[in-house]
Design a protein. Structure first.
Lengths: 257, 257
């Protein structure tokens, strides 16, 4: 079976600590890279606070809209870890102690002589019908229900969970990209670039000014799943950049500098 | 006039490059810190792609919901910079060349012998009725229309724009916080902490496990705009942590370790 053309994803980052600035999120970038690698188009991210209704609303909005939804944060043992509750509400299912999750946690606790407190047992509450997302770093599992993948907020654990779910995700056509360096500013090539974009609507063209490098420098990034169309469009953009360089007395686009 | 109790904000980060992972966002953290500093509760963040309707929908959803909305990205000179167009659509106003913005840009271009190309003039298109957000780093202005503040995506320019709008924003009561270090894991204090949270519903209590430090370590963060309530709740949490430390043969909560 060939890969579907468009596989999309939405991400929900859950946690007051991100919105207050106390913790600087790094999971968005990690999951963006992960999706790109698998040919999944991450299309929207929402950061929401630890408020039940806000999480429920975001989950229901995004799971209806995208192939996959990922969430990070709020699955620990304390009272402010309410993601499992919110997911159960969003799906209208119960949130019992999951025997498999409990057994995994208890096996870990046995090795460290840790007591099964009420707080720790919160981590074994899994929405009915969900599959566990096991990971090597933490004994506390994430879970998948429907198209929603619920993961930890701690980056090291989240990454282990991503690795664990990767084989279960179906990627789309992998997006390919070509980056063309441009030594003149965006203002000098914006007009011609816009006309090339109109000429190649199936090749996404982005323009990214690089600041703080001293020299004027713009990176033009072309993206398409089709290598042939990408190559043709890249040739056209390189010719345009070379023309702009010549006008400014600079070497052609493909010469190193 | 005393500060209002609750001033809220929503943030919209605009750009395919964030969603593809090519650029790692740092503006969310900067704006989160900025809001906390001013007593503004950043309540929701959305990252959306360079798609007109998606930007319009996010702007209209968030501007109805929060005191302030901030946007970053998509105000440069190239075809993929469509934020001004989307904001004009969201507000149902025209997007003419703004004479003041044009004059600012032309003054800068004159010093660098830069031509006023069609692409560069895109940066002077400002929705009708908007005020300019001038900044020291770039001649291209952001703008404010209604409660929506439109800023650049390049962090250095975005930060200069934040500084420029800070005096125009009314902050709420500044949120105060106390951090209590805890040498036992979240599982050991989650139950009692949840009961203290129920006892002090007006003081937000968060629990943040610190990984990779070797020793078990949980940071408990208490937040409230009321210094007296915060102090009382912090005393109660310290007593609870000391009790948990004692049970584990560790020093009391307020002793250094």
């Amino acid at each position: 079976m060939s890969a579907p053309d468009t596989v999309t994803a939405g991400l929900i980052v859950i946690g007051d600590e991100i919105l207050s600035g106390r913790t600087k999120d790094v999971n968005i970038g990690t999951i963006a890279d992960f999706c790109t690698e698998l040919g999944i188009a991450l299309t929207e991210v929402r950061v929401v606070s630890d408020v039940h209704e806000d999480i429920v609303d975001a989950v229901n909005a995004l799971r209806a809209r995208y192939t996959y939804v990922f969430t990070t944060g709020g699955i620990g043992p304390t009272h402010d870890d309410i993601t499992a509750d919110a997911i159960a509400s969003a799906f209208g299912v119960a949130l019992p102690i999951n025997p498999e999750a409990r057994a995994m946690l208890e096996a870990r606790w046995a090795t460290t002589n840790t007591e099964a407190t009420e707080a720790r047992l919160r981590m074994a509450r899994i929405p009915e019908g969900a599959d566990l997302i096991v990971n090597a770093v933490s004994a506390a599992p994430g879970f998948r229900i429907g198209n929603v993948h619920v993961m930890a907020g701690v980056p090291k654990i989240m990454q282990a969970m991503l690795e664990s779910i990767a084989p279960t995700l179906e990627g789309g056509r992998r997006m390919l990209s070509v980056t063309i360096a441009c030594r003149v500013g965006e203002g000098a090539i914006g007009g011609p670039l816009g006309r090339l974009q109109a000429e190649y609507p199936d090749v996404k063209m982005g323009s990214y000014p690089q600041m703080g490098t001293g020299a004027v420098h713009t990176e033009l990034v072309l993206r398409s799943p089709d290598p042939d169309r990408l190559a043709v469009a890249a040739d056209a953009v390189r010719a345009m950049v070379s023309e702009a360089h010549r006008a400014a007395g600079l070497p052609a686009a493909d010469e190193p500098y």
